[in-house]
Design a binder for this molecule. Structure first.
Ligand SMILES: O=C(O)CCC(=O)C(=O)O
Ligand SMILES: [Mn+2]
Length: 206
């Protein structure tokens, strides 16, 4: 099939220069046709849930759908949520292999986020849970509508926020000290009516 042909529509990437961070961005990691198919299949097949967090003593639904897949040797807490682990699906294993081949890193879990439209979001946070270890590598693939990804330095107020457009089929790899020094967010975006799925591959509990 055409998978082999359009897999790396444009395999080129670039390192983004940002103080105290290491970011590598591959805008055309996979071609549009394959990205379209993965978006549909993941929407239909993942075991989506809408987790709740406790705010001021009350349960509140997070503003997106999510699902966690991974090896079965540890639990994962994410921003105060203990997520239900699912066993890898064949498609997620295929995507993981591609990302491992591209980055040279191994990943034993993936957190999937489904932003149904511009009202869905993820607030400011760093991926710095203890089970991710020091200097975690987070490989993040985007499918669907383009959303703004904004980063701000935790301490240096002299640095302006940094912003990237995460487009259909792109791959962003955050590594080095990024999570220690920077927060990131997908803000709500008025006017966005289409969906986006993001998969963030992680290596936890080593
Ligand atoms: O959707 C994204 O690109 C980011 C998601 C994210 O930051 C996370 O799941 O930790
Ligand atoms: Mn994150």
């Amino acid at each position: 099939m055409s998978d082999q042909i359009d897999l790396f529509a444009d395999g080129s990437g670039s390192e983004i220069s940002l103080p105290d961070a290491k970011l590598d961005f591959f805008p055309g990691f996979i071609g549009t046709d394959l990205a379209d198919r993965w978006l549909t299949e993941l929407q239909q097949s993942l075991n989506w849930e809408q987790s709740t967090i406790t705010m001021y003593g009350k349960p509140v639904l997070i503003p997106r759908m999510n699902a966690w897949y991974g090896d079965d040797d540890c639990d994962y807490r994410y921003s105060g949520l203990t997520m239900t682990r699912n066993d890898w699906s064949p498609l997620l294993l295929t995507i993981r292999q591609l990302i491992q081949d591209k980055t040279g890193y191994d990943f034993n879990s993936v957190l999937a986020n489904w932003y149904r439209d511009g009202n869905d979001s993820v607030g400011w946070h760093s991926d710095d849970e203890p089970e991710l270890g020091k200097n975690p590598v987070i490989a993040s693939i985007s499918l669907g509508t383009t959303r703004r990804f904004v980063m701000k330095h935790r301490r240096r107020k002299d640095l302006a926020p940094f912003e990237l457009s995460l487009s259909h089929g792109s791959l962003l790899v955050m590594s080095g000290s990024t999570q220690h020094f920077w927060y990131h967010t997908i803000p709500k975006q008025r006017g966005v009516t289409d969906a986006r799925i993001n998969l963030t591959f992680r290596q936890i509990c080593n």
